[in-house]
Every structure is written in structure tokens, then in C-alpha cells.
Design a protein around this ligand. Structure first.
Ligand SMILES: NCc1[nH]cc(CCC(=O)O)c1CC(=O)O
Length: 306
């Protein structure tokens, strides 16, 4: 089997995790499962803010092309980077058990979000994190902060910003949780839809591979991811809308909460839908519809790139 992945440390850690789990379950050598590093547009375009580059699947497209051209058999992704609409012939057929979904506050100077002095500089390339932060702390100054975890840490050291938010899941997989100063409440700062879960994509007609990866699928995570991806799909036309979601699962019951914000954080709409995990897709769609009605179409039009 050939795994397609990006070459970042985080992506490689995720691919290796999948490689070792597959080897263990199917009792083969890890060396029988090959890791193919694929450069994506997101890796190549480094000099522009992500929100400006736009486009869906910036970190996944080239891996999907490799899947369709039969150069790899599975693509291992951070699910939150995967577009809601997949190319024909591909599907996400397994989700590993989700990590902690929360964002972590990372700073060399301050212990917590509320510890930052007035006018402090907050670095992020995420429209969601910027909007949430401004909603909570309108006094902060936001600066663009791209790059992988190591790059962002260097930027903090260089004083480009006083603090940033990073997905705890990513820190965990990189063995860097010690840099997290504070865990952020997911009910207030809702994580990105699909944050914290590794997703495995493969060809729809490749039944053998689909069977081989099924053993890695975690049912609760899959239900949460389906709900959150339907929620996102129901809202986002442009990738420029700050959107957060947070799912709690208790047995067969699930609760999904969602949030959309204006870029500057002054306006926010929130909603919640509960139901049976078997209805995860409908729950996500319903939540999107609730927020669409609350916010009104003008709200969404304001994010369109002109
Ligand atoms: N595009 C960045 C990205 N994509 C997935 C993760 C973290 C891992 C995850 O959510 O599974 C990150 C880094 C971050 O947001 O801090």
C-alpha cells in the first residue's frame, strides 16, 4: 500500500501513525507500507496569506490527483484541511479516533489569553481565530502568521507576535504540548469544523483498500466529522467565512454547536442541534440552515471576494 501525504512534520507524523496502525492490524512490516511525499499548492505558496490565496483543498488537491492517477492508494489528511466537496471517485472512508479538538494558547510572554496586555499583537492566518479573538479582545492587533508549528514558534521568538492559537491535536502529534500555556474553552472559541481528526481518503472503487482501512475507523469520530463537514458545506461558499463547530457525543446522542462570525468579530451567530448519531448528516445540515436563517443572506454575501 502507498500512502500519499504532505511533507510537513505534522503531516509525516500523521502518515506514520496510519502506517504503523495498518501494519499492526494487518500483521505486515511497516516497510511494506510506503510513504510518498507530495507537495501541495499550500506548501508551495508560502508568501501570501492563506485567506487571500483562497481556493478549496489547497493542502489536499495534489494528493487527490495522485489517488486518481493510481500513484498512491490512500491519502492521509488533517480532516480540517479537506474540502467538503471531494472529486468524483474519491471518498473519506476512515477517521482515526479524534484527538483533543481544542485550540491552545501559545505565547512566550503571557500565561493566558486574558493575561495579554491591551493592544497586544496576536498572530494567526486563520480567519476564524482572528474573529474569535477580536470578539473576545477587540483591543488586540492581528498580524498574519503563516507557516508550520516550528515556523510560528520562531516568529514568536522573533517578536513578530505576542501570542498565537494552535490546534492542540497538532502539538500532540508533534510532541510539543509543553508549549501550550492554556487550553481554550471550545464552547466559546469553537474549533474549526473537523479539527483534531485524521481522515483517510481513497478511491471509491478500490474495495480492497477500503476494507483494509475500515479497521482504523472510529465510529463516534466519523459521526462527528460527517455532521461538522455537512455543517460547513451548508454554510461556506467561499472559505472566507469564520466558522467554528464543536460536537459532543454521549452514547448514541450527539450535540453539535456551531458559530459564524464577521471578520472583525463584532457580529456572531450561534446555534445548536441535538439528535441521534445515525442522523449526523442531517444534524449538520440543519445546523447550517439555522445559522443561515439567523444571519440572513446579506451576511454571507459580505464575505464574497470581489
Ligand atoms: N492548516 C493547519 C492545520 N491543519 C490541521 C492542523 C492541526 C491538526 C488537526 O486539526 O488535526 C493545523 C495546525 C493548526 O491549526 O494549529
Amino acid at each position: 500500500m502507498r500512502i500519499g501525504t504532505r511533507g510537513s512534520l505534522l503531516a509525516l507524523a500523521q502518515a506514520k501513525l496510519v502506517q504503523s496502525k495498518l501494519a499492526k492490524f494487518h500483521k505486515v512490516e511497516t516497510t511494506d507500507i510506503h510513504i510518498e511525499v507530495i507537495k501541495t499548492s499550500g506548501d508551495i505558496i508560502q508568501d501570501r496569506p492563506l485567506s487571500e490565496v483562497g481556493g478549496k483543498g489547497l493542502f489536499t488537491k495534489e494528493i487527490e490527483v495522485a489517488l486518481l492517477e493510481n500513484r498512491v492508494d490512500i491519502g492521509v489528511h488533517s480532516s480540517k484541511d479537506v474540502a467538503t466537496q471531494l472529486p468524483d471517485g474519491l471518498g473519506l472512508y476512515a477517521f482515526l479516533k479524534r484527538e483533543d479538538v481544542r485550540d491552545a494558547f501559545v505565547s512566550l510572554k503571557h500565561k493566558s489569553l486574558d493575561d495579554m496586555p491591551e493592544g497586544a499583537i496576536f498572530g494567526t492566518s486563520s480567519l476564524r481565530r482572528a474573529a474569535q479573538m477580536l470578539r473576545h479582545r477587540p483591543d488586540l492587533k492581528i498580524v498574519e502568521f503563516r507557516g508550520n508549528v516550528q515556523t510560528r514558534m520562531k516568529k514568536l521568538e522573533a517578536g513578530v507576535a505576542d501570542a498565537t492559537l494552535l490546534a492542540y491535536a497538532g502539538l500532540r502529534r508533534l510532541g510539543q504540548t509543553h508549549i501550550a500555556k492554556q487550553m481554550i474553552d471550545p464552547n466559546v472559541f469553537m474549533p474549526a469544523p473537523a479539527q483534531g481528526a485524521i481522515g483517510i481518503e481513497c478511491r471509491e472503487d478500490d474495495t480492497r483498500t477500503r476494507e483494509l482501512i475500515t479497521v482504523l475507523n472510529h465510529a463516534g469520530t466519523a459521526a462527528a466529522l460527517v455532521a461538522e463537514r455537512h455543517f460547513l458545506h451548508g454554510l461556506d461558499g467561499s472559505c472566507r467565512t469564520p466558522i467554528g463547530a464543536y460536537t459532543e457525543i454521549d452514547g448514541n446522542d450527539m450535540k453539535v454547536i456551531g458559530q459564524i462570525l464577521s471578520i472583525n468579530g463584532t457580529t456572531a451567530f450561534e446555534g445548536e442541534v441535538t439528535g441521534h448519531v445515525a442522523d449526523c448528516a442531517e444534524i449538520g445540515q440543519h445546523l447550517a440552515q439555522i445559522l443561515r436563517e439567523q444571519a440572513g443572506e446579506n451576511f454571507f454575501e459580505s464575505f464574497e471576494v470581489r
